[in-house]
Design a protein around this ligand. Sequence first.
Ligand code: GDP
Ligand code: FE
Ligand code: FE
Length: 196
Amino acid sequence: MSKYYPELGLTREKLLKKVKSQMSKKRYEHVLAVEEQAIKLAKIHGVDEYKAGLAGLLHDYAKELPTEDFKRLIIEYELDRDLLSWGNNVLHGMVGIYKIQEDIGLKDEEILHAIKVHTVGCPEMSDLDKVVYVADYIEPHRDFPGVNKARKLAKEDLDEAVAYETRGTVKHLIDREIKIYPQTLETYNYYIDYLK
Ligand code: GDP
Ligand code: FE
Ligand code: FE
């Protein structure tokens, strides 16, 4: 029997079909890996495994949404107009949660918040936020210098793992001369002291 998501009124089969329809095969494999990784981290750190898994599965739901759709969501939901000047790397979490609510009916505020901040983070993240943020960075397909250190920290200490990841992201963006969303820097400033 397929797993059932009571608050969505959907079987796992139906939910997976919806997720799959929104993205490439490669990204679909990534979200399944983030789901599994988030559940593992939730177990280690005493976080709700169901919420971690569902957030992991849905975190990149809007990653391939056309720019026009993000524009519509920003205007329709009266979000900060400044978001209009950012690309979908920044928007797929921050604005993507509105698309997820429309398409899937997800209402759980804790899960929605974890998805909202999964790219840029925020100061004072909940443990669920941290689990999803970090799981996205270290899932088994990820391969970049520093990923093994990130994997080690993820098992030991969520705050250190968040700090290490944010440092890596900021470095990566600076090296490539990519604009940094101010909230990414707020996350950096808040967590960087956790790095030993
Ligand atoms: P993914 O969706 O699984 O690829 O992972 P993320 O949602 O964490 O990140 C998506 C992309 O956004 C990555 O290429 C990050 O480097 C990039 N990103 C993260 N923070 C920022 C930011 O502040 N500004 C910009 N422009 N890009 C960012
Ligand atoms: Fe993402
Ligand atoms: Fe992702």
